[in-house]
Design a protein around this ligand. Structure first.
Ligand code: PGA
Length: 244
């Protein structure tokens, strides 16, 4: 596990964006695993700026997002499909048919199986971007998730619902209670995994990611078994590492 400590979130975004661009430029048909949430927002802005300034082509790129809420339509502003379209896809030259997210409508369980098969068909994912939850979740793999899990339907736990209420007018009742997420095994099947985090609220999860023996109580600890993991974090997220 390589750990890169940056001075701030801006540097985290820049370094991660550069790794994505390198993957796009060095692979003929790059397959990217992408994440949503507040952490990667600046990274997507930098990728859009790169496209405008340097015209890096996304024409051959295939993307798979980690997760999607159940029950939100793709034009719902809180859906991850909407997020990806608005923050990245509509600003670059990627064919929308090459951008995959789990389908959060219809038969969720079947959609999860279909998604896993799509990843297998196009994969392995060359570079998977991850954020991390304050409870150590990766994707929506909440504490207790089996490390052998494939794409599946999850009941979001209380902490995640609370953390994500900020995107739903701080109204917990509006946050969907279920999501479809790549499983931990799905994530570990990627060739390279980059986990990005910034802010003091991620420090405890980062501490466990690095120091705690693999345990399902901290899903992020599953990453210790992968030999190509890069952790890109700011000083605040790394603050408990220094003491340890
Ligand atoms: P955040 O979410 O980037 O909005 O903090 C990360 C996560 O929950 O995986």
């Amino acid at each position: 596990m390589q750990i890169i400590i940056c001075k701030n979130g801006e540097e985290v975004a820049k370094k991660t964006a550069n790794l994505i661009l390198k993957t796009i430029k060095t692979n003929k048909n790059p397959v990217l695993g992408l994440a949503t949430g507040s952490t990667p927002l600046l990274m997507y802005k930098l990728l859009v700026e790169d496209f405008q300034q340097n015209c890096t082509s996304w024409a051959n790129v295939i993307t798979f997002n980690l997760d999607e809420y159940c029950g939100l339509s793709s034009n719902n502003e809180q859906s991850y499909r909407y997020y990806m379209n608005e923050n990245l896809f509509k600003h670059i030259n990627i064919d929308f048919s090459q951008t995959y997210l789990p389908n959060g409508n219809g038969n969720f369980k079947l959609n999860a199986e279909v998604y896993e098969n799509q990843i297998i068909n196009f994969g392995p994912i060359d570079l998977q971007i991850l954020g991390i939850g304050t409870n150590g979740h990766i994707g929506f793999n909440e504490p207790g998730t089996d490390f052998n899990s494939l794409t599946h339907v999850v009941n979001l736990n209380e902490q995640t619902i609370k953390d994500n209420a900020r995107f739903f007018n701080n109204d917990i009742s509006q946050v969907p209670k279920q999501a479809i997420t790549m499983g931990i095994k799905t994530i570990l099947n990627s060739k390279v995994i980059v986990l990005m985090a910034s802010g003091i609220n991620k420090a405890e999860a980062i501490y466990h990611l690095v120091n705690t023996k693999p345990t399902t109580q901290w899903p992020c600890t599953a990453l210790q078994s992968h030999d190509q993991v890069i952790i890109i974090i700011d000083k605040d997220a790394a603050s408990l590492l220094k003491k340890s």
